[in-house]
Write a protein of this length. Structure first.
Length: 201
């Protein structure tokens, strides 16, 4: 069996693309175009960046998140609390509304992924994503992975509320899926904390 190594170039401007092992998404620092790699083909995907909101020590690096705009319809929810009523309005049993999921696209522990995704999704802290000329690599999870993780986060948020949930049925439509680079501070000991909410990884 023969393998051929092929240099990837931006489909928009022709510049070379930086791709790490197992990356299925790449970002062109020359023109700001993003691409999903599918069987060697480059399919366009929107990639933007968030600005740092808090100061910290260490090198600033950007880690990729899936930025997912979704619509959730709660078909049935029987419980004693008001989480979805507070989130969407309406009744807790048949609420519906739009939500933006922030799902880490880079590898981290399950606890860190869950904490980052939950805190960013609940707070939705990025108001104006923008283009940056900076490196963005380390993509571990593709679109289908991100959808499953978003549902996992939704169910986790529900299951951990103080009320007693007896049943939970929902329908979720994923309307838009983009990549958002979140700034992190890389500390001297190798640990990271994000520059928006200050969460440690």
């Amino acid at each position: 069996m023969e393998f051929t190594l092929k240099a990837l170039t931006c489909a928009k401007c022709g510049s070379g693309l930086v791709v790490e092992v197992n990356d299925n998404i790449t970002y062109c620092t020359s023109c700001g175009s993003g691409f999903e790699i599918d069987d060697g083909e480059l399919n366009s995907i929107e990639i933007n960046f968030a600005a740092a909101a808090i100061r910290g020590e260490g090198e600033v690096v950007y880690k990729p998140f899936w930025y997912i705009k979704a619509h959730i319809e709660i078909l049935e929810r029987k419980a004693s609390g008001n989480f979805l009523k507070n989130l969407f309005g309406g009744s807790g049993e048949n609420a519906s509304g739009d939500i933006i999921f922030y799902i880490p696209a880079f590898y981290c522990s399950l606890d860190s992924m869950k904490n980052l995704a939950t805190q960013f999704t609940v707070r939705n802290p990025v108001a104006s994503p923008q283009k940056y000329n900076t490196k963005l690599v380390g993509f571990a999870y593709g679109k289908e992975d991100a959808k499953k993780l978003a549902e996992f986060i939704l169910i986790s948020m529900e299951a951990e509320k103080s009320d007693t949930m007896k049943s939970f049925k929902y329908k979720i439509d994923f309307n838009e899926m983009e990549i958002l680079g979140i700034p992190f501070y890389k500390k001297a000991d190798g640990s990271y904390s994000d520059a928006i909410l200050g969460l440690a990884v």
